[in-house]
Design a protein around this ligand. Structure first.
Ligand code: ZN
Length: 493
């Protein structure tokens, strides 16, 4: 049975007691039967009918429903709704169903005030969420041997249920364990919000430190892929073929994509109501340098504008600050760098940083040397300032093709600049000021690897400044920058 058919089934359960599509639950299901019987008793105040008990029990034991989705099925059933319970009785029921106890006067009063402020279905949904998505209900479900699942206000229960079960499946098949609730909640929100796809979630599990820590052999890795993406054990011919691909030098990421793009996985995603998504981009283990501009302690003295140049510039400068956010540029640059490092590492990159705190002075020649000695490219994070507060947008700065010191890095730097600016602006919606080629940036001139000084936005412009201080906007900034680096490596020869 497909999970997305659940709502039809929920409706049927309370209408046709003779309808019985499942085999009878086996004796291991005693705990689950007790969980279901308890819901009949509390919500409907009656003994379960045999068919209904069997169906709910089967859904739970076959992992086609979560504790929350079944509780939802009871509370939102016509039979329960027709009981027309008062707010007070509804609140008391929530305590009994989800916490397994009577209310305390103080707690009950605060929930009743929620129902006063939001009368009708809206307030009752808030209570359902508040009680169901609690640690107490997690513990209660665990004591009956079922997973709690999650609830998202205003979101179709079937769709959340499908996502929960998809995530639960990844925990068991990839990590070989039951889910933990914080993890289940994070994955569910990301999938429900469309921030990741089914393939992206599977990648998060297969390339997590936890999976890495399991030290799976190639044979075991292929078997895990069969289970997760095909929903079955390997067949001998298929297994040998994939092991041959690995022996031929393919990376685990490439093999992952082969499985993720199978029609079997597309069908699995569809059955859980999940978008399968694109193959993951292969990072190939590249090494990149992130250079967060400036510092609270500014490197003193002067340095040559380029190797061997008689022209000198200040070794570093203090940078600008947010006219509305009151954030220092060096803080913003480091905050974004740390987020970008985490994002790049999750995509398989190795990241080198020129500084990791706000108190270390680093001159611009040292910044370039750290990249030159350790990395394949350098992204220098900065933010802009102008007296004219209407100036806004991002710009990528690289050397010209006739740079006096390192012109051989021009084509790579220009490709990196183009890749970063277009991906960054499309992820953030920030104004695209394009690429600026100039030879007056010390750190760029000393760089022997492709290098871009990236001005992320204007700290002197109200909306750029406030956006760059906003956590969800920062996530988009980091996604855009990481996509730009992915795109560079896809197109670099
Ligand atoms: Zn700067």
């Amino acid at each position: 049975m497909r999970i997305r058919k659940l709502s039809a089934l929920f409706a049927l359960l309370f209408c046709f007691t003779a309808f019985s599509p499942f085999a009878h639950a086996d004796t291991d299901d005693a705990g689950i039967e007790a969980f279901v019987t308890r819901l009949y008793d509390l919500a409907l105040q009656r003994q379960p009918d045999e068919a209904g008990l069997m169906q709910w029990t089967s859904l739970l034991s076959e992992r086609k429903a979560t504790g929350i989705s079944v509780a939802y099925g009871f509370i939102y059933s016509p039979e329960y709704q027709s009981r027309n319970m008062s707010d007070e009785d509804y609140t008391e029921l929530m305590y009994r169903m989800f916490f397994g106890r009577e209310s305390d006067p103080e707690g009950k009063a605060s929930w009743l005030s929620v129902l006063d402020a939001h009368p009708g279905a809206e307030g009752r949904e808030e209570l359902f969420y508040g009680f169901a998505a609690s640690q107490e209900f997690s513990d209660l479900c665990a004591s009956y041997g079922i997973i709690r699942g999650d609830y998202i206000i205003g979101r179709n229960m079937d769709s959340v249920n499908g996502i929960n079960l998809f995530v639960d499946r990844l925990y068991r098949l990839v990590l070989g364990r039951e889910c933990d609730m914080p993890g289940m909640t994070d994955w569910t929100r990301s999938l429900a919000g469309g921030e990741i796809t089914g393939t992206g979630a599977a990648y998060g599990f297969f390339f997590s430190p936890e999976y890495e820590g399991r030290n799976r052999s190639s044979e075991e890795y292929v078997e895990d892929l069969y289970n997760a993406f095909m929903g079955r054990a390997s067949d001998e011919a298929g297994r040998q073929a994939w092991l041959g691909v690995i022996a031929g030098g393919a990376s685990r990421e490439e093999v992952f994509n082969g499985f993720a793009m199978s029609s079997e996985f597309a069908a699995i995603c569809e059955s859980y109501g999940i978008l399968r998504g694109d193959p993951i981009r292969i990072s190939g283990g590249h090494v990149v340098c992130i250079d967060p501009g400036h510092s609270s302690v500014v490197a003193s003295g002067v340095v040559p504008l380029g190797p061997g140049s008689s022209t000198t510039k200040l070794a570093d400068t203090s940078g600008t600050y947010g006219r509305w956010s009151h954030t220092h540029e060096y803080e913003l640059n480091l905050d974004i760098a740390i987020l970008l490092r985490a994002e790049l590492e999750s995509r398989g990159y190795t990241v080198v940083m020129t500084r990791e705190d706000n108190n270390t002075p680093v001159d611009c020649v040292t910044r370039a040397r750290i990249a030159n000695e350790n990395a394949e490219l350098s992204v220098r994070l900065h933010a802009d300032a102008l007296d004219n507060s209407s100036a806004n947008g991002a710009v990528a700065i690289c050397i010209t093709d006739h740079n006096p010191w390192n012109p051989q890095t021009y084509s790579g730097s220009r490709l990196l600049a183009d890749s970063l600016i277009s991906e960054y602006c499309s992820a953030t919606g920030i104004r695209n000021r394009g690429v600026s080629e100039q030879d007056d940036m010390t750190g760029n001139n000393w760089s022997t690897v492709p290098c871009v000084l990236f001005e992320m936005g204007f700290m002197t412009n109200y909306s750029d400044d406030m956006n760059m201080n906003d956590p969800s906007f920062r996530t988009r900034m980091v996604t855009g920058l990481a996509n730009g680096i992915d795109r560079y490596f896809e197109n670099a020869s």
